[in-house]
Design a protein around this ligand. Structure first.
Ligand code: NI
Length: 167
């Protein structure tokens, strides 16, 4: 296991479309383990393979507070999405920033697991948001394109939240 370097905005690989995974090799499994380790180390809730420089359709997500509920998605496809949620969203490839982004409230997706067995999964709230965000990475899309009011510094955001609590 090893930590991988997370590519940041401006790196052209983040704007490229990732390729379908045809088979899961030992190297693929190593990549998935490294992606999970890298995501947890960076305190992220999701990571897509292009973010570590690999143009494959692989995503890992863990939105549990304890960070003990990893989900691995290979060749994911959103089959249904309904409703709407709005909120601040960030990305490990856009460090220190957040943007206000609308996403579906509910998402149903299909994908393949590490043994290339197909599965279906549903998610709401943060999990739905994370699936949309991470699957977008596989299309070479960053959330910054969806942030209608541009990006804010996280320091500024947290300061405002403290102000709000004080008021
Ligand atoms: Ni991201």
């Amino acid at each position: 296991m090893a930590l991988r370097t997370i590519r940041v905005i401006g790196d052209p690989i983040l704007e490229k479309k990732a390729k379908e995974v045809k088979e899961v090799t030992l190297r693929t499994k190593e990549l998935i383990r490294d992606m999970l380790e890298t995501m947890y180390d960076a305190n992220g809730v999701g990571l897509a393979a292009p973010q570590v420089g690999i143009l494959k359709r692989i995503v890992v997500i863990d939105v549990s507070p304890e960070q003990n509920d990893p989900h691995v998605f290979i060749n994911p496809v959103i089959e249904e999405s309904t409703g709407e949620q709005e909120g601040y969203e960030g990305c490990l490839s856009v460090p220190g920033k957040s943007g206000w982004v609308k996403r579906p409230q509910y998402v149903r997706a299909k994908a393949y697991d590490e043994d290339m067995k197909p599965f279906e999964i549903e998610g709401t709230d943060l999990f739905a948001r994370a699936m949309c965000h991470e699957f977008d990475h596989l299309e070479g899309k960053l959330y910054v394109g969806l942030a209608e009011d541009g990006l804010v510094d996280n320091e500024e955001l947290y300061k405002d939240e403290e102000d709000a609590k004080e008021n």
